[in-house]
Design a protein around this ligand. Sequence first.
Ligand code: B16
Ligand code: MG
Length: 223
Amino acid sequence: MPVGFILDLDGVITDTAEYHFRAWKKLADEEGIPFTREDNEALRGVSRRESLRRLLKGREIDEATAEAWMERKNATYRALLAEMTERDLLPGARAFLESARAAGIKIGLASASRNAPDVIRSLGIGPLFDVLGDGYSVVRSKPAPDLFVWVAGGLGLPVTSCVVFEDAEAGVEAALSAGMACVGIGPVERVGRASLVCEGLHAITVAQAAALVTDPYREAAAD
Ligand code: B16
Ligand code: MG
């Protein structure tokens, strides 16, 4: 049975969260908005616009200002990205992707980031992907299921044949709404609703992940 792995980017393949934090922090400091590392946790995996909304914590700004602030944050973020190389891959990421490909599994990216294709290029892993879904691919971002369904379509697979890898609560919710199995990466308090939870791609095998959609006993146990 054909299987697809659909991976989130930030927090799964690389850790751009630190760069996103520094870029939002610079904007917040310049505009006199309190913003801590703890606040930044609420921005994990959500779109740029939703990140700004959460950062503002109810403060109101007009649309032109919102656009200008998102642009400023993105310029800072992209300057930080310029330093990114293959060394920024999280432990086990390349080995996991290569093993999955060797096993004939189709691989898609499903990132909320509009910068995702550039990040993938900087990491030197473009050829390992069959489909790239990014912040431009669908209108409704995670926790809506749309991006995962879009990527599954690009892979030519039904949603029931796909396993998602996600580090964000909104991403796990999106995967489950899409009807897909999900490997949650991070603490159970954050990704505990996933089908299986682990520390990262170094801590799970391709066979373990694929079994989430190929093991008939698992399906029966869930019924
Ligand atoms: P951009 P992911 C997400 O990436 C980040 O986790 C999130 O912090 C960011 O706001 C979002 O991308 C949008 O990024 O501003 O570059 O379009 O986890 O979905 O790979
Ligand atoms: Mg993420």
